[in-house]
Design a protein around this ligand. Structure first.
Ligand code: ITT
Length: 207
């Protein structure tokens, strides 16, 4: 299958997160599109000043499309915890700090839930992963595609697969964390898998 005439050929994946890049490249593998990473093209990293996943995804996609002259796909995503009023949300990467210390981010989520609810067992541990993909064409056109998976936070973290917050997130109806699943199992239900499939459907419809 080929993607639409508009996007046939090459596309920049505007992310610096190796976990996202691996998942997006894997999800796009069946399609006739040559994927290039923004990092490999030496594109500058724009500041994520938006107040929502969509705004930040658009900032990243527009910057990459303008700088490269190619269609660009950017991903803004995060973990939204109900008992923390939606935090860390759009700040999910920032909670891990410049060192990308996810053990510290897991601990912060745990400790803030305990501080609010008295214990982890009593806490509202409902959570969701959200992903917004923004496609930007060099001519200026943009489109957004979203995915969301509900589940709950577990502690201590479990599993080695995936990236980021995967070891503390169990999707609804599952007993394993994302980090205990195979990549195919995660892709089939994940926020990113859903958003990417919406993107592919839209391009197929435009074909
Ligand atoms: P780019 O902006 O370069 O794409 P980033 O990591 O800074 O990379 P975000 O600002 O969108 O990207 O932050 C999203 C964070 O949310 C990411 O760093 C992870 O910590 C978390 N996250 C998103 N999707 C995830 C997934 O599938 N599994 C685990 N954690 C995820």
């Amino acid at each position: 299958m080929r993607l639409s005439p508009l996007h046939r050929g090459r596309m920049v994946i505007a992310t610096r997160n190796p976990g996202k890049l691996e998942e997006l490249a894997r999800l796009l593998a069946p399609f006739a599109v040559e994927v290039m990473a923004a990092t490999d093209l030496g594109l500058a990293e724009p500041e994520e000043t938006g107040a929502s996943f969509a705004e930040n995804a658009l900032i990243k996609a527009r910057a990459a499309a303008t700088a490269s002259g190619m269609p660009a796909l950017a991903d803004d995503s995060g973990l939204v915890v109900a008992g923390l009023d939606g935090a860390p949300g759009i700040h999910s990467a920032r909670w891990a700090g410049p060192e990308r210390d996810y053990a510290a981010a897991f601990r912060r989520i745990h400790d803030e839930l305990v501080a609010r609810f008295g214990s982890f067992a009593a806490a509202d541990r409902r959570a969701a992963f959200v992903c917004v993909l923004a496609l930007a064409l060099p001519e200026g056109e943009t489109a957004l595609f979203e995915g969301r998976i509900d589940g709950e936070i577990v502690f201590p973290p479990r599993g080695e697969a995936g990236f980021g917050y995967d070891p503390i997130f169990v999707p609804q109806g599952e007993s394993r964390t994302f980090a205990e699943m195979s990549s195919a199992e995660k892709d089939a239900i994940s926020h990113r898998g859903q958003a990417l499939r919406a993107f592919v459907r839209a391009l197929a419809a435009a074909d």
